[in-house]
Design a protein around this ligand. Structure first.
Ligand code: SF4
Length: 254
């Protein structure tokens, strides 16, 4: 039996739907800027699927700003040819130095090198766009350093798969939105997919990340400035003007 998304003590205001959230965020002018997402930088600079995979690997456990810096340094070293063959030709040790700004450079150099080798061994870069999604997932998940999140981001951005990749922003927002209060990757991804059902999940994912960076920040969310403040479960529950009576009139328990 499928598990329901777990939330405790949460109330969801009426009108809090995935569609409304997207509408409000888009109307607010929340930008998904190319220079703030390493995968968009990779798309602009290189455009090939392996380059995007490399960008996603570099972005692990660091900020996009640091990841973009490291990505550009690596790309420069490779003369703009970020291919599996070029990575293998250079070798793991030589690609370590340009990755330093993103941290974990030794591990990331290894993961990128292993990814390049696995892709070559399985038929070359074309497998990233041509292999059936399930088979490609299996290949990628066997590469050290590549987990579900990396694969989901890659599959959604390169293959257009309707999956919701879960990062640190999504985890936090899932709790504030009463979608899922555990840290279980699959459950959070499923909860967002259900919440945004019928919407473009790739776009929804980018908007959630942009929201998490601009207003729904970790330490203290900027609810007063956030375009979702009237419908967001967290904002409504934490609003001092929200009386019990108002809750009974305007809110429904999940
Ligand atoms: S209203 Fe507050 S808690 Fe809700 S999404 Fe916006 S910043 Fe986050």
């Amino acid at each position: 039996m499928e598990e329901q998304a777990k939330t405790t003590g949460c109330v969801k205001p009426e009108g809090f739907t995935g569609r409304r959230v997207i509408q409000l965020l888009e109307k607010s002018g929340l930008e998904i800027r190319e220079d703030e997402f390493v995968s968009l930088t990779a798309r602009k600079l290189n455009g090939n699927p392996f380059a995007l995979l490399v960008a996603i690997i570099i972005s692990q456990n660091t900020t996009d700003k640091a990841a973009i810096k490291a990505y550009k340094r690596l790309n420069e070293m490779l003369g703009g040819r970020l291919t599996p063959e070029k990575i293998v030709e250079l070798g793991q040790e030589r690609i370590e130095e340009p990755l330093r700004p993103a941290g974990l450079s030794r591990q990331k150099a290894r993961w990128i090198y292993e990814a390049a080798r696995a892709i070559i061994d399985n038929g070359g870069e074309r497998i990233l766009t041509e292999k059936p999604p399930d088979e490609l997932r299996q290949i990628l998940l066997k590469i050290p350093g590549i987990g579900k999140k990396t694969v989901d981001v890659f599959m959604s951005q390169v293959r257009g798969e309707q999956v919701f990749a879960v990062d640190t922003h999504a985890r936090r927002i899932a709790k504030r939105w009463c979608l899922e209060d555990t840290n279980n990757y699959d459950r959070i991804s499923k909860a967002f997919s259900e919440f945004f059902k019928g919407e473009d999940l790739v776009k929804a994912h980018k908007l959630v990340i942009a929201l998490g960076r601009k207003w729904c920040i970790a330490r203290k969310p900027k609810c007063k400035e956030c375009p979702l403040r009237e419908i967001c479960p967290y904002a409504v529950q934490h609003s001092s003007s929200t009386t019990k009576q108002e809750k009974n009139i305007g809110l429904s328990r999940k």
